[in-house]
Structures are given as C-alpha cells and as structure tokens.
Design a protein around this ligand. Structure first.
Ligand code: DC
Length: 231
C-alpha cells in the first residue's frame, strides 16, 4: 500500500536545532526539506548588497520595488545537502554569517516580504511530502499540517550551539557574549513583531531539547511521523 504523504511543520526559536532535526527526518523518510529561515536570510543579503539597510532602517519602498526581482531557490549539492540560491548564485555560506544574522529580523518583520515568502512556501509544499522549518509554518503557511512541532531550548544552550558552529566554520572573531546577545535580541524581535509573531500553534507538540541528544530528538520526531502516516 502506498504511504500517505503529509506536511510536517517545525517551528521554534532561533538556533534550537530545528533545521538539523528537520533535515534528518526529511532524509530518513525521503521528503523534501525547506529551510524558510534561509529565504529570509537571502532577502536580507540582497538588501545588504543593494545598500538598502542603514542602521536599523530598511528602505522599504526600494525593497518593495525590488521584490519581484528576488528569486530564491534550493538545490541539492553533490553531498545531498540542500543549498540556497539567490538569483541563481549559491549564497549558502554568506547567509549564515553575522552580518546577515544581525539584520535578518528587520527584514523578516516586513509584511510584504513575508507575504511573498509565504506564497512561495505554499507553492513548494502544494503536493505534501515536505518538511518545512521556520517560525510561522504551523500557524500561517500550513495551518492544516498533519504534524506540527514547536522546538525550544534555553537561550544559553542555543547560543553555545551557534557559537560552536561559527568556530567550526573558522569564525574566531565572534565572542560567545555576542552570539548570546544576538540570540536574545532575535527572540525578542521574532516574538513581539506585528506580522506573524513567533508563537506555538495550539495543535503543535512542544519539544524542549535543552537536554536531549540529536539521536533522541530524531527518534522522537520519527515516531511522531510514523504514528501519523500508518494506515
Ligand atoms: O531560522 P533562522 O535563524 O535561519 O531564521 C532567520 C530569521 O528569519 C529569524 O530571525 C526569524 C526569521 N524567520 C521568520 O520570520 N519566519 C520564518 N518562517 C523563518 C525565519
């Protein structure tokens, strides 16, 4: 019997390992994986490259005019990893740096940016069989998703994880305190913004992974998936 395809929405705070767990599940069950944070990051990179951000101000009229020219796509590389492309250019590395991280909350709080991204995300998930991670997937993008998870962990644990990630990528100039401040500030902006603030959907499962190993959380998520797809 053919297994039924479902939509899986993974939301939660920044740097809590959402994408690691979403990717691992997608690989295990043969679903497509979409990192929606990467889409907001790519728009932010575009703004920076076109000089549209001054301090904490985004030039919205200019960005609005440019929106139709911003195309974000994903391609799987030779190692089987999904990478982000901005107008045909691989930007996977650039969008993870601190410059983009420090500005992305400003760009992702803009209504017309969100509407454009949500429409693209809904088109990508039209045929189900998708694992999507972000902030508003279970609340706005796919409110009917069959499996919704809201992931969180303490700010210190999340900052430690991102700090280690930066170090392993050769960034030795960013301190732990800077990373922690960025995590705390992004939590504040993400959960207090007017447009689609970060919140747990009423029917989402809450997962605090501060004290879970990767294997434990992967197995937990897989079992939730199996429960929802068995005949
Ligand atoms: O998951 P991430 O850290 O790569 O996300 C980058 C930023 O984009 C983060 O500040 C929140 C925002 N975001 C959003 O507003 N909605 C999404 N669906 C995904 C990310």
């Amino acid at each position: 019997m053919e297994q039924k395809l479902i939509t899986i929405a993974i939301d939660g705070h920044s740097s809590c390992g959402k994408s690691t767990m979403a990717k691992a599940l997608a690989r295990r069950i043969g679903y497509a994986y979409i990192d929606t944070g990467a889409m907001y990051r790519a728009v932010t990179l575009y703004c920076l490259e076109h000089d549209m951000i001054k301090g904490d101000e985004v030039n919205k009229p200019r960005l609005r005019r440019h929106m139709p020219k911003i195309e974000i796509t994903f391609q799987v590389n030779a190692e089987g990893k999904s990478e982000t492309y901005l107008n045909g250019r691989n930007v996977e590395h650039e969008i993870r740096g601190m410059e983009v991280s420090n500005k992305v909350s400003l760009v992702s709080a803009i209504g017309f940016v969100r509407r454009a991204m949500v429409a693209q995300q809904q088109a990508m998930g039209r045929n189900k069989g998708i694992v999507m991670d972000g902030r508003d997937i279970g609340t706005v993008v796919f409110p009917d998703a069959e499996l919704k998870v809201f992931v969180t962990a303490s700010a210190e644990v999340r900052a430690q994880r991102r700090y280690q990630e930066l170090q392993s990528k050769g960034d030795t100039s960013t301190t732990f305190e800077e990373v922690l401040a960025n995590v705390v500030e992004r939590d504040r902006i993400d959960s207090t913004r007017k447009e689609s603030p970060l919140r747990q959907a009423p029917d989402a499962l809450l997962l605090d992974n501060s004290h879970l190993t990767l294997d434990e959380q992967d197995q937990w998520l897989y079992e939730e998936f199996v429960q929802r797809t068995k005949g």
